[in-house]
Write a protein that binds this ligand. Structure first.
Ligand SMILES: [Fe+2]
Length: 253
């Protein structure tokens, strides 16, 4: 099996309108098969490293260690490789879609978390670790969207690891959430381009001067995605209440 064959088989699986458990069950079988092959990966990274224009098409994302392998034009799924340098780990996070994650080169540690609170308190989250396992090459883990897929990956070895991740259609667009269990905190995090806009809004929210409020009020009259609207509203209410809105976002890695 090569990447093109996998993508075609995976798309057919999604087209068959199975329920999500069936897609995840069948999908993991397909991915396991692909993870047993090296040729497609070698071919793909060779193309990326010999064609700078192709490499430049890689979209900046929240995850700097992410390589896009395939994005289906109809948005039904995407396939990504994550490159984990020795000792690297990501921040505990959720996903806007279901995902099938396979260890490809080297093993990788995954911790899963259960959310205990109901998510109604802004910025507050209580987590409990529900699993801690090592995925050996060709082993697979599955995540579900939002609170049902909170996890963290870590390369505990001194060799680079690669995982191959397949994600379905997003049910929540525009951002992910980072969790900090020791502080019982959760924060929305945005991909680089969105983050610039969010940072401007959050900064204005800390400036208690009429011009800042005027810019925010102006901005809020534009049409914008709901997650940007929320940031705008938070900044406006921070200005109105004379409170300072948080402006800091942790770097992704
Ligand atoms: Fe993840």
């Amino acid at each position: 099996m090569n990447l093109t064959e996998f993508n075609s088989l995976f798309h057919s699986l999604l087209e068959a309108e199975h329920d999500t458990p069936t897609i995840l069950r069948e999908g993991r079988l397909l991915l396991t098969e692909l993870l047993g092959r090296r040729e497609w990966f070698a071919e793909h990274i060779n193309r990326l490293l010999t064609d700078r224009a192709l490499l430049a098409e890689q979209k900046p994302s929240l995850w700097p260690n992410e390589i896009t392998l395939h994005r289906h034009p109809d948005g039904s799924f995407q396939m990504l490789a994550y490159i984990w340098e020795p000792g690297s780990m990501d921040t505990i996070h959720d996903h806007g879609a279901w995902g099938i994650i396979g260890a490809y080169l080297n093993k990788i540690r995954e911790r899963k978390y259960r959310r205990l609170d109901d998510g109604t308190v802004e910025g507050y989250a209580e987590l409990e670790e529900s699993a801690d396992r090592i995925l050996m090459p060709r082993e697979i883990s599955v995540v579900r969207p939002l609170d049902d897929g909170i996890h963290q990956m870590e390369n505990i070895t001194d060799t680079v690891a690669v995982t191959i991740n397949v994600y379905g259609r997003t049910v929540r667009k525009g951002y992910s959430q980072y969790f900090y269990p020791e502080k019982k905190a959760v924060q929305r995090v945005y991909p680089p381009r969105t983050y610039k806009e969010v940072l401007l809004l959050r900064s204005l929210g800390t400036i208690r001067e009429p011009w800042a409020e005027e810019i925010l009020a102006n901005a809020s009259r534009n049409s914008m995605p709901d997650y940007i609207r929320r940031e705008c509203d938070l900044a406006l209410s921070a200005v109105n209440n004379g409170r300072e809105a948080p402006i800091r976002q942790e770097p992704p890695l």
